[in-house]
Design a protein. Structure first.
Length: 138
C-alpha cells in the first residue's frame, strides 16, 4: 500500500495522501500553473507480481482511467518491481483527486499492490512539463 517502513491503515494512508494532494495543488498554483486547466493526473501503481498488477489495471481501466504500459524497474535493494500509471484528466480540485486516490488505494488493497502517489505536469504558457510528484520540493 505504501512504501513506509511503518504500517499505516488505509484510513491513515488516505489522510496522508489528502495532505500531499493539497500540497501539490498549492505548489502548482504558487508556481503559476493555470488553475482552471485540465491536468493529466498520473497515479503510480507498483507490484512485484505481474498478474496482480494486470488484474488491478484492468479494473482501473473499467473505472475510467487510462492505463500506461508497465515498466520493470529495480528497487533500492535490487529487487524487480513492475510499475505503471493510471491516468485521468482532471481539474486541480482536491476533492476530485481525493476521490481518484481513494478508488486506486482501495484497488491496491484488493490486489495487494502498492499505490505510490500521484503526479502531474505544470500547465501554463511557459510550461516545460516537469513532473511534480508527491514528496517533491519545489
Amino acid at each position: 500500500m505504501s512504501q513506509e517502513d511503518e504500517y499505516l491503515s488505509v484510513e491513515q494512508f488516505l489522510e496522508l495522501q489528502k495532505a500531499e494532494t493539497r500540497e501539490i495543488i498549492e505548489s502548482l498554483k504558487a508556481d503559476g500553473s493555470e488553475p482552471d486547466a485540465l491536468y493529466a493526473i498520473e497515479h503510480h501503481l507498483m507490484a512485484e507480481d505481474f498478474k496482480a498488477l494486470e488484474n488491478a489495471v484492468v479494473e482501473a481501466f473499467k473505472m475510467g482511467f487510462e492505463v500506461l504500459e508497465a515498466e520493470e524497474l529495480e528497487d533500492e535493494d535490487g529487487a524487480k518491481i513492475l510499475c505503471c500509471d493510471a491516468v485521468m484528466d482532471s481539474i486541480l480540485d482536491a476533492d476530485v483527486i481525493d476521490d481518484q486516490v481513494e478508488k486506486l488505494v482501495q484497488l491496491a488493497e484488493k490486489f495487494d499492490i502498492i499505490y505510490d502517489g500521484w503526479g502531474t505536469y505544470y500547465e501554463g504558457e511557459d510550461a516545460e512539463y516537469d513532473v511534480i510528484e508527491d514528496g517533491d520540493e519545489e
